[in-house]
Design a protein around this ligand. Structure first.
Ligand code: F6R
Length: 380
């Protein structure tokens, strides 16, 4: 069952390369090349034009880790497909929905397909849109890991993230699979709207294909180091995770994983917001994890990290950059492969999952069944 792993969570972390591979096999057209860009999309999600043509806005509802994945999705849908996207907590949206905009595609994201708030928010949205005349689109797309779930039966179409059953309460492989679903959706919509050049499409597709091997590399090269590093946080009570841009939601996800299974207080922040409050928390007892992936915001993250260091915080960097500046800035470096910034969340989240796992395992906690949590939250 656990196939030699100590916990299901660790087994599921190790399944991620094959989850990404199977997603690519299912949704990426293997015969696509940029010469074929005139004829067909590199992605085949089987979405009808009715669902995704004439979409001016996207709104997403989700909870927990699925909400974090949706925040990465927002970035992709906006940056790749050029569609303004709102992400709402299902439990908030239900009671204070935004005024309806025309030509809006609604997406519900839920691993289990059974989360009560997410289902209720989608039902409410469907009803209020159906009560109106077109062109208020009432179509709903679901992104779920359970094609037999309640969600799957209530929406017009699903993207099946096909990560396989996840037993650990902390979502890992299902999160990676949701991200893959968003990459496929954003690229497909970008193609349909002719929002990306054939060269850009090609480089994204090429980058996606390299991800499984890159995740394997992190698992094989980093796990021991992360396990040892985890020993140093036996008495730590607070952690801060910083990221910017597309990696801001990964800072949230790193903090959520740590909270859930290790019971350490952790907060994710957009790195630039640190000086507007959380910096007051920092001292030698509060480690800071900074996600510093190459791209538009790399130098900004480094300078935010240096501000934390000036307050004596222990700094852990998730980065592919092995140079003097990185070595001088970070106390600990968790190296990851160098990838396109747009693809980097799939890479940067892996060491954060391992860090949360090893801290909790080291504390002797019930990693797969953390206190007070359930795998699917079917109450409001
Ligand atoms: C985090 C976690 C929860 C779920 C949340 C939503 O590790 O497991 O935060 O992500 O309860 O669940 P789904 O995606 O099933 O709607």
């Amino acid at each position: 069952e656990k196939q030699g792993f100590r916990h299901f969570m660790l087994k599921e972390i190790y399944e991620q390369p094959s989850v990404v591979r199977s997603c690519l096999e299912t949704y990426l057209d293997a015969s696509w090349s940029k010469e074929k860009a005139e004829e067909k999309s590199p992605i085949n999600l089987g979405l009808a034009g009715e669902l995704c043509d004439n979409v001016d806005y996207i709104q997403i509802v989700a909870c927990g880790t699925s909400w974090n994945a949706s925040m990465v999705g927002k970035y992709l849908l906006e940056q790749l497909a050029g569609i303004p996207t709102m992400v709402q907590y299902a439990s908030e949206f239900r009671y204070s929905p935004a005024p309806m905009l025309r030509n809006t595609l609604t997406i519900g994201v839920t691993q289990s397909g059974e989360t009560a708030d997410t289902l209720a928010a989608l039902e409410m949205e469907k009803q209020r849109r159906m009560a109106l005349e077109s062109p208020y689109n009432a179509q709903i797309l679901g992104i779920t890991n359970r094609p037999e779930s309640t969600l799957a039966h209530m929406v017009d179409r699903i993207i099946n993230t096909q990560a396989g059953i996840e037993i650990g309460v902390a979502a890992t492989k299902s999160f990676i699979a949701q991200l893959m679903g968003f990459y496929c959706l954003a690229i497909d919509l970008a193609y349909r709207r002719q929002h990306l050049s054939a060269d850009k499409l090609e480089s994204l597709v090429k980058g996606l294909r390299e991800l499984p091997n890159q995740i394997e590399l992190i698992l094989s090269q980093q796990e021991k180091q992360i396990e040892e590093l985890a020993h140093e946080f036996i008495d730590t009570q607070d952690f801060i995770f910083l990221g910017r841009g597309i990696n801001f939601p990964i800072a949230l996800e790193g903090a959520l994983k740590l909270k859930e299974i290790s019971y350490i207080h952790a907060e994710g922040y957009p790195a630039g917001e640190m000086k507007h409050g959380p910096i007051a928390l920092l001292d030698a007892k509060v480690p800071v994890v900074a996600i510093a992936m190459p791209g538009d915001v790399h130098d900004k993250v480094l300078s935010n990290a240096q501000e934390a260091k000036a307050r004596d915080a222990r700094l852990i960097g998730v980065t592919p950059t092995d140079d003097n500046e990185a070595r001088a800035t970070f106390n600990d470096l968790l190296f990851v492969p160098h990838v396109d910034e747009l693809l980097s969340p799939i890479i940067s989240v892996i060491p954060l999952q391992l860090l949360a796992y090893h801290i909790a395992a080291r504390r002797g906690l019930d990693v797969d069944q953390p206190r007070n949590l359930a795998k699917s939250v079917t109450v409001e």
